[in-house]
Ligand binder design. Structure first.
Ligand SMILES: [Zn+2]
Length: 610
């Protein structure tokens, strides 16, 4: 197979594919109203929380957050690469995949650029004694530096540009690979300057991105490549390739925060550490790690931020804890990270710390009961109520049994009595606990939240109104692309800089670019992009506006967005007017904006509901 698959073909294919058939031939589905449900194939559960919507061409699991189109399902379920999944789906629909050999937006030029950049950085490290001294002073040996391909980006603005960016095509590849940044005035400059460079490799060992740590003082201390067609932070783990290469059979993986932690542990003979790249641990990270090892140990700082990060990791982990999988937590002493600790104490002491890390069950119960007095009956009940929604996220199995047993011991109740309490009421304490921030995935019994029923967030309800306007507009567009895509967007919106409006414009352009483009095809266009989970979230929420009213409602959203944009511009101009004298054009504009805003107040009086 070669060549690029035309986007039009993918749009049509995703549109034509019957997601109920694609999923249903692999997972037994039960009809439930207009949708279908099943026990989720991506996490272990007894009660179905996996929904398939034939109208939207979309599946979603409320337990583990898995979601996607028919194409995405094939990729996840059958573990297929994108082009292979397209072939498979096309076969099931009975069509042939066309390939255009010209104009292939291949990632190969990007990979080639990244490899060349890694070589230049490695060479530069040899040529810059100050950078070598810095690494030596931190205790890094040459062998480990070579193992991880560590290099140095010199202080100039055009090290890569001058060496690699000799043609326009090469400069575009550098840009697409995230190695250079475009100047507003035209031209480019190197993204990484005067930094120790850590190549981030994929499972095949190819360099797909870099992390850079500044040598001198300066900000930011750590800088990663941006998201590119090759690099998605929520998926990649620094050091996973190297860890697998060092030890064929990994039983345990340590998750640490920084590149230096990973590298320094390796320098001390601890080769099974990986680093998240400046993001919270995602479900996708965990699925990848559990594919490699049965036990994950999270190493976090012992400070408040570290505890919060650990708690988030715990919540992400729960739905994935099938039998045979283990999670432990190691909270480090104040002001220490694995790098500093292994240098100070040595590998043996660090290994002992890992050996005495806390199992997830204990970490959960300790965290929940930190401010409770377990001699007190009310507090026992409170702990039970706090633990209940968390336990409910665990797959049925040994682990859940074990944790229920430990909770019973904690509150001093016989297991059966506790089980009764757990199945009965007693959820009122949920959300009151100190550590009980919102779980990422919702408890399984919860129905999709209705947009209108979302409790306003106390602090920024007002600031959120514009966000929720564009949110509603995007939701309408996603649910009814053929209706709403025909309504033109006002030009004044495009340049307004309101939250969510860029995304709205992009989706709208996509929907308009082809008639008959559907929800699933729109979603597929966002494969691999940061916005995808947000779009998927909107699709899991029931759209209360029916297709017949979608156009009118979308129009209302646009009107109100235009007013919001005018208000924002007006406020900015008025602020300027306080600083300096406005030009005559600006004064004209000011008057115009005031009219728009005033007219909208009239509008609001006629429509008290808005
Ligand atoms: Zn699931």
């Amino acid at each position: 197979m070669s060549g690029r698959i035309p986007q039009d073909f993918i749009d049509d294919l995703v549109q034509r594919a019957d997601i109920v058939e694609v999923v249903g031939s692999r997972v037994p589905l039960t009809k439930a109203g207009r949708e279908y449900k099943a026990r989720c194939p991506f996490h272990s559960e007894k009660t179905p929380s996996f929904w398939v919507s034939p109208q939207k061409g979309f599946y979603h699991c409320f337990g583990c957050g898995a979601h996607g189109t028919a194409l995405g399902f094939l990729m996840e379920f059958e573990r297929l690469d994108f082009p292979v999944a397209v072939e498979e789906l096309a076969r099931s629909v009975g069509v042939e995949v066309p390939h255009t050999d010209s104009d292939r937006p291949s990632t190969e030029p990007l990979l080639a650029m990244l490899e060349k950049a890694a070589n230049i950085y490695r060479q530069a490290l040899r040529d810059h004694p100050a950078a070598v001294d810095y690494l030596k002073a931190r205790g890094l040996d040459g062998e480990t530096a070579r193992e991880f391909g560590i290099g140095y980006a010199p202080a100039g603005w055009d090290t890569l540009l001058a060496n690699l960016g000799t043609t326009e095509a090469a400069r575009q590849s550098l840009l697409a690979a995230g190695l250079v940044i475009a100047r507003d005035t035209g031209g480019f400059y190197d993204r990484f300057r005067d930094r120790i460079m850590f190549p981030i490799r994929d499972t095949r060992g190819r360099v797909i991105a870099f992390g850079g740590r500044i040598i001198a003082s300066g900000e930011p201390k750590y800088l990663n490549s941006p998201e590119t067609p090759l690099f998605h932070k929520g998926r990649e783990l620094y050091g996973l390739y190297e860890a697998r290469r060092a030890e064929r059979k990994l039983e345990r993986i340590l998750v640490v925060e920084g590149y230096m932690d990973v590298v320094m542990l390796a320098a001390h003979g601890i080769h099974n550490a990986v680093g998240t790249l400046g993001t919270a641990t995602t479900g996708e990270h965990l699925r990848r790690l559990f594919g490699v090892a049965g036990e994950i140990v999270f190493c976090f700082d012992g400070d408040r931020a570290g505890r919060d990060a650990a708690w988030r990791a715990l919540q992400t982990s729960l739905p994935l804890l099938q039998d045979g999988r283990q999670i432990r937590f190691l909270l480090l002493p104040d002001n220490e990270d694995p790098d500093s600790l292994v240098r100070r104490e040595g590998a043996k002491a660090f290994a002992e710390r890992i050996g005495s890390s806390v199992p997830l069950s204990q970490f959960m119960l300790d965290s929940l009961s930190r401010d409770l007095d377990l001699d007190n009956l009310a507090d026992k009940a409170r702990l039970t109520a706090l633990a209940k929604p968390l336990l409910a996220q665990l797959p049925e199995g040994v682990y859940r049994e074990l944790l229920t047993g430990e909770l019973a011991r904690c509150v001093g109740l016989p297991r059966d009595r506790l089980a009764e309490l757990m199945t009965g009421g007693g959820t009122q304490a949920q959300g009151q606990g100190q550590a009980q921030s919102q779980p990422q995935s919702r408890p399984r019994e919860q129905k999709p939240l209705l947009p209108g029923m979302r409790p306003p967030t106390d602090r920024n309800a007002a600031a959120d109104r514009r966000g929720s306007l564009s949110r509603q507009a995007i939701s309408l567009l996603l649910h009814y692309p053929d209706v709403v895509g025909q309504i033109p967007l006002p030009d004044s919106l495009r340049s307004a800089g309101l939250r969510g409006v860029d995304l709205l414009c992009e989706l709208h352009d996509l929907a308009r670019s082809r008639s008959g483009v559907g929800t699933a095809a729109l979603l597929e266009r966002f494969r691999g992009r940061n916005e995808l989970p947000h779009l998927a979230q909107l699709l899991t929420e029931e759209q209360l506006i029916g297709a017949e009213d979608a156009g009118t409602e979308f129009g209302h959203c646009l009107e109100r967005l235009v007013v919001a944009a005018a208000q924002q511009e007006l406020a900015a101009l008025l602020h300027e007017a306080g600083q300096r004298t406005l030009s005559s054009e600006e004064l004209t504009r000011l008057a115009e904006l005031q009219r728009t805003v005033a007219a909208s107040h009239g509008m609001a009086r006629q429509r008290p509901d808005s």
